[in-house]
Design a protein around this ligand. Sequence first.
Ligand code: ADP
Ligand code: MG
Length: 724
Amino acid sequence: MPHGVLAEMTAKTAAKSASAPAGAAKVSDYYGCNVFGLETMKLLLPKETFRKVQEAVDAGTRLDPESANAVASAMKTWAIQKGATHYCHWFQPLTGATAEKHDAFIDPTGTGGVVESFTGQMLAQAEPDASSFPSGGLRATFEARGYTAWDPTSPAFILETAGGSTLCVPTCFISYTGHALDTKTPLLRSIEALNKAALGILKYFDGDARKVFSTLGAEQEYFLVDAEYYKARPDLLLAGRTLFGAPSPKGQQLEDHYFGSIKDRVFAFMTDFEAEAYKLGIPLKTRHNEVAPHQFECAPVFEEANVAVDHNQLVMDVMRRVAARHGLAALLYEKPFAGVNGSGKHNNWSLGTDTGKNLLSPGATPQENLQFLIVLVSVIKAVHDHGLLLRASIASSGNDHRLGANEAPPAIMSVFLGEQLTNVLNDLEKGVTTKQLDPMWIPFGIDKIPPVLKDNTDRNRTSPFAFTGNKFEFRAVGASFNNAIPVTTLNTIVAGSLIETKRQIDAAMAGGKPFKEAATEVLRKLYKQSKSVCFEGNNYSEEWVKEAKRRGLPNEKTTPAALKGFALKSSVEIFAGLGVLTEEESRSRHHILLEKYAKDIDIEAKLVAEMTTTLFVPAAVDYQGRLAGALAAQKAAGAKSPSTAALLKRVAARVEAALKGAAALEAERAAAEAIEDAEKRAFAYCEKVKPHFSRIRAEVDALELEMPSAEWPVPKYREMLFLM
Ligand code: ADP
Ligand code: MG
């Protein structure tokens, strides 16, 4: 397919210069140059105003109107100097994407001219029409008002695009009735809940921490394909994934892509993309080839979770834009290609303090580090008690293709701790003191190379939630996700768990036990109650699925079933109890995600039917005609070929089956669409509509393998995954 594209591609390969500003010799010369962060504010704001901003950021309080005016004025001057003509409140509605409504700085003078204006009020609050965003019933259509409110804890930034520059102010998005219509509002609430809960634990220990926050380092996987191929595939373009495609003879079986040398064209994209990210103050650190062909990963240095979530949203946005500049398409869908690995987003999550401590850092002797053990056991308990909710927080039609497909952790939420910590906790449970752990050294067996110090934990790449030394890696998150949802969930369930741990310790102490004894006793009990969620083995194995079932751990493989996690009484209660989501907000989220699922599958269903009838069948029917002609010619020449006759029969049969399949699919889709109830509708799409896809695909993929390559109407896997 698209012949001639190759030549064009080679021309495009000529590396474009990276987007670093002219004159910058190194990254530190321009890092964060498009961010109105604390450093910039310190330079541009009066001392007193700066102090107030810092205070407001620290305490999460509102800035007084006068200071807000001063900040807005400095921001405007700074942004205009950088070429911005417009500003926008940048927010994250429940679509999973980001939203922006641009307003020009201009304000008519009344005498025919304009002045640039941007006030504290414009910075602090705006009122975009909310009626076209999902609200899950939170907002009646007649009450369309929605408000965006400045989040001073995430810095404003300038988004530079080919068309111009825009000042973006990160904001929360709420309805007229005060309900959260976005992902940031609950995230901020969960950060505050976690802060309070963790500070409660820290009170037992001497320390001067005044604040605890969650940290997040989001590793982002993605695919790159040539944009010409992307545009020629309606399924990639509209659904983000290929709904058809025979496997390429070579896929990932040679294991030669992971960490392989990076192709020039990809390298040019990466450096350009990184430069754009650096301008936005996103600390991208790592880049490498991933397992599947044309699959890659980038990872930033971790940051405070709210900023890290915003940055990850920006990473995805900037990645798509920069890819387009390079004639490429960045695919963030969880499973764009069947038969090769899909893409995830590994959420490295931990708890940090304003004094620079990591509460999940075990230290040299974890058995003595009671504070660490309290946090650790509380996290385990949280995952144990809210496994289905955690699963719900990463549920989507895209992620359903990954979880449990032998490339990503299964849909069973379990915790990996590593041998050392497992021993420590088992000893704690038994009431014995773990003997001093030797630092473990791995010798290379070669004199000249010194041994390396083993990490506290081995890696378990198959666990959905693995302890990795001083943080947990939530590996089951899908590549296209807004991280706010899983992080909010984690923060909330851990906050709830920390509060419960403290309650029990306090109760034991009230009974006269000294702290250490009380805490040890409570931890022993909590670990015993929740250790069934701990699993050290191969999470991809069939045995684990059986074992998990025996242990009573939920294993919901499909989104509609997993989303029930949001509706559980325990979920609604913990969100409401900690002030993260009201009962109504929880219900609305469940509803929105069910609808999103149904709509995703609906789009795919229409694509499967349309591509079958308008692309593949016409090509195959043409081919049938030619085969029939060839058969007649063979007969006339007295050289009948039974194989050609058999081929024609097979093609005819597949065309027939594909057309029938498309008709059956469309009937089933229409029936599902007509179902009133959102949950029933989602289940119908999942159980009745989706199964048609693979049946039709089998016919079409078989046709692809029997028809002339040059006549196949869309780019093939072997082209998309290997030509660049
Ligand atoms: P991996 O070997 O798992 O692929 P990477 O180096 O790609 O590891 O990514 C690890 C991620 O974990 C990085 O984003 C890193 O900044 C992050 N990380 C490290 N420490 C913490 C922490 N305390 N809290 C959150 N994230 C962390
Ligand atoms: Mg990595």
